[in-house]
Design a binder for this molecule. Structure first.
Ligand code: ATP
Ligand code: MG
Length: 572
């Protein structure tokens, strides 16, 4: 897989018409031709076996996006044909996440709604001599499949009479046959160059109750025997999926051809499958199976842990739906697999929050700063801009007093020449307040600095006509008395290597420092009533949001992303 060069214009996938991707261009052509009578219907078909992740967001954006753009309907379809792995918890989270991303579906469907119809269709195929029950083990069947360069071998059960096949199929579904002992296969062509045509398995026995159909069924259709069929039953016109299904497409079409015979619909109607490149992100795994492992094995605190690439995790981390949609728009849809730099996703949320987030002052590792010439009881309420990028955002007040906190790392006793922050004898400006000069420190017995002393200059209040004094830096601060305690959770990447999916065992690739908790932070009073998930810019520190566990008296914030990309510049 090549690393996609994200500085280059990739969003068009080689299309001549500017601003549209290749799928939109197909749709425009279909509309112009009046294909399917000008109807556009898509579906987003998740399997409810986990939470949605950022990769799914890409699929959602195209499935729902094209009907928003061209008119039509996109339905939500739960591809629930695998009862052992599926759960209603996942169904509910998927609905919440699609809505959160900003999309509305027409209908909600479940592949399990079609179990009867699919069974009937399978029975029809058996009767027509196009399907048979195979009693071989899955290993034997796999061996007989051949390879792309070597044709397959017919199963000894291939020419079983229809009545016998029907009888066994019924027995399979009554629970009379053990799991794995028999499967139903479509009888197509064991020498077809496309391996998917070599008598694909279309039904298998699963002895596990289904979360919607209970114990009604003991046999369940395979993906290839459910997906296109569901598309056909629902009236989907554009079945958009990822590139790994390219080789399935001829089989998709074959089954549609069969279906059209058994269930004639409008003669002009048929669904078509189109494939785009799936999203792969650096430092991220996207397989639901592995994400479930991270949850189950306790590497993260749940599906919505802010380090997870799930939509629930990203939401809790402070990502906005707009930032995710903009990201998808930027990476575009092509026909080539690529690995996208996660910095591009981070850039997207930074860009969105820069425009929207209120600026506040927070000290993560406080050290006390005492202004010895500032009156003891005096409190000034200073104006702080909510967002300098947006005049309409207004201001809020921040209390200033004699005792303040600043960041410990903003002070250095024996500073090198290029250290421009606070240092003995040096002057700095306190944001929205005054220029102050450090005059000394107090240390404890082991030499750790406990307090910094400074003098402020009343003539230099922000907003007064500029004095001719120049200072090299402006530091943020909070008032000791007026600030509130808070916990700050600093997140980093969950994996230490660029492409953790390439490694079979991801355990040794996990970043032990992916979460650092700072418990002694001080935040300005403005944050007292911040609501869950609200986004802020902590000045000079980054973008943060209110964690879902935060409450009055025990404030908790998550770092969404730092202010700048510190890991190397990857975009213009
Ligand atoms: P997994 O194999 O991890 O379970 P999946 O692809 O089987 O994932 P589904 O729930 O079947 O997950 O996916 C629903 C839809 O989302 C499918 O159309 C699928 O192609 C699409 N999708 C899944 N992962 C990605 C991805 N990384 N990028 C783009 N689309 C994706
Ligand atoms: Mg799937």
């Amino acid at each position: 897989m090549h690393r996609q060069n994200i500085t280059q214009n990739i969003t068009n996938g080689g299309n001549k018409k500017k601003g549209i991707n290749f799928i939109e261009s197909i749709i425009e052509k279909d509309l112009a031709k009046g294909k399917n009578d000008g109807k556009i219907q898509t579906r987003f078909p998740p399997e409810p076996n986990g939470y949605l992740h950022i990769g799914h967001a890409k699929a959602i954006c195209i499935d729902f996006g094209v009907v928003q753009k061209y008119g039509g309907v996109c339905n939500l379809r739960f591809d629930d044909t695998n009862p052992t792995k599926e759960d209603m918890e996942y169904v509910n989270s998927i609905m919440e996440d699609v809505r959160w991303l900003g999309f509305n579906w027409g209908n909600i469907y479940y592949a399990s709604d079609y179990f009867q119809k699919l069974w009937d269709f399978a029975v029809q195929l058996i009767k027509a001599g196009k399907a048979y029950i195979d009693e071989q083990s899955s290993e034997e069947i796999a061996l007989q499949k051949g390879t792309p360069t070597r044709i397959g071998t017919n199963s000894p059960y291939r020419n079983r009479p229809s009545e016998e096949n029907l009888d066994l199929f019924n027995k399979m579904n009554k629970g009379e046959i053990p799991e794995g002992a028999m499967v139903l296969r479509a009888k197509i062509d064991m020498s077809n160059p496309n391996m998917h045509f070599r008598d694909p398995i279309i039904y298998r026995i699963v002895n596990h109750p289904h979360q919607r159909t209970g114990k009604t069924w003991k046999v369940y259709p395979m993906y290839d025997f459910a997906h296109g069929q569901s598309d056909y039953f629902e009236g989907v016109t554009h079945s958009i999926c990822t590139l790994e299904f390219v080789t399935h497409r001829p089989l998709y079409d074959w089954f549609i051809d069969q279906l059209k015979e058994f269930y004639p619909k409008d003669v002009n109607y048929r669904p078509f499958q189109y494939e785009f490149n799936r999203l792969n992100l650096t430092y991220t795994i996207m397989s639901k199976r592995k994400l479930l492992q991270l949850v189950k094995e306790g590497f993260v605190k749940g599906w919505d842990d802010p380090r997870m690439p799930t939509l629930a995790g990203l939401r809790r981390r402070g990502y906005t739906p707009e930032s995710i949609r903009n990201f998808v728009e930027k990476i575009g849809f092509t026909k080539f697999e690529a690995l996208i730099d996660i910095a591009l996703l981070e850039h997207s949320v930074r860009e969105d929050l820069n425009a929207k987030a209120k600026r506040v002052s927070v000290i993560i590792e406080p050290i006390k700063l005492i202004l010895i010439n500032y009156p003891k009881k005096k409190i000034e309420m200073l104006e702080a801009a909510n967002n300098p990028e947006n005049d309409l955002a207004g201001t809020h007040q921040i209390a200033f007093s004699r005792e303040l906190y600043i960041e410990r790392e903003d002070f250095m006793e024996n500073a090198p020449k290029n250290f421009f922050r606070m240092t003995p004898g040096g002057e700095i400006r306190l944001k929205n307040a005054y220029i102050v000069k450090c005059i000394g420190v107090k240390k404890n017995k082991i030499g750790t600095i406990e307090e910094i002393y400074a003098e402020y200059d009343p003539q230099t209040k922000s907003g007064l006509p500029a004095s001719n004094r120049k200072v090299k830096s402006t530091l943020h601060w909070v008032s000791a008395e007026h600030s509130l305690p808070a916990e700050i959770r600093l997140y980093d990447r969950l994996f230490v290597v660029e492409n953790p999916s390439e490694e079979k065992d991801f355990h040794k690739l996990i970043n032990p420092y992916s979460l650092i908790v700072k418990t002694g932070a001080r935040v300005e009073q403005e944050l007292e009533n911040a609501h869950p998930l609200e986004n802020f810019q902590f000045q000079r520190l980054g973008y943060f949001n209110v964690d879902l566990d935060s409450k009055k008296g025990k404030l908790i914030f998550n770092r969404t992303v730092s202010l700048k990309d510190s890991k190397g510049k990857v975009f213009p």
